[in-house]
Ligand binder design. Structure first.
Ligand code: SF4
Length: 174
């Protein structure tokens, strides 16, 4: 991070995933790191996209618990929080306990040329095939529209019928 900032890439952003029983005692240390270095940190709730397939609901450290521990409160927009003493801020991606799918406008293009309309999508559209078959910009535009039209109302992680997708986060581009 020092080298990145010396090269003009600043502020360095650090993403932190706390997992119960593994590193959930490190939240305060990470918060102190942000406050002393001026770097930007985001806590991201553990999602069922791990390559080892070991995600369980009880391993998720909820955003509210992290915020209470590190002493931070909401500012605007709601995913950003400032410390109660006013020094520094952290981001919070509470994707499991406070899903925000209703306002999500993200699409993901994987390195192998597939378009996903959600991190938890179980279907992908092949941009690669369209391009290799000589598809036009209009063909691609229609594909993108179809992906958006087919978006889920929500990821369903908290529903007993939830099925994790076949490809993990590291396989779809981090
Ligand atoms: S729709 Fe999918 S990608 Fe968007 S916030 Fe929900 S889970 Fe994440």
């Amino acid at each position: 991070m020092d080298a990145a900032e010396a090269a003009g890439l600043s502020p360095a952003r650090v993403n932190v995933v706390l997992i119960a029983g593994l590193n959930d005692d490190e939240g305060e240390s990470f918060a102190a790191f942000v406050r002393t270095t001026g770097r930007v940190m985001r806590f991201i709730e553990f999602m069922p996209l791990d390559g080892d397939g070991e995600w369980r609901r009880d391993l998720v450290v909820p955003a509210d618990e992290v915020l209470a521990r590190i002493g931070a409160e909401a500012s605007q927009p709601a995913e950003r929080y400032r410390f109660l003493d006013g020094k520094g801020e952290v981001g919070m991606i509470a994707s499991v306990t406070r899903p925000y799918c209703g306002t999500c406008d993200r699409l993901r293009l994987t390195a192998d040329g597939s378009l996903r309309n959600c991190l938890f999508a179980d279907e992908e559209l092949s941009v690669r095939k369209v391009l290799r078959d000589g598809g036009t910009d209009d063909d691609l535009a229609l594909m993108i529209r179809r992906a958006v039209w087919a978006e889920f109302p929500g990821h369903g992680i908290n529903d007993p019928t939830f099925l994790r997708p076949g490809r993990s986060m590291s396989m779809i581009g981090g």
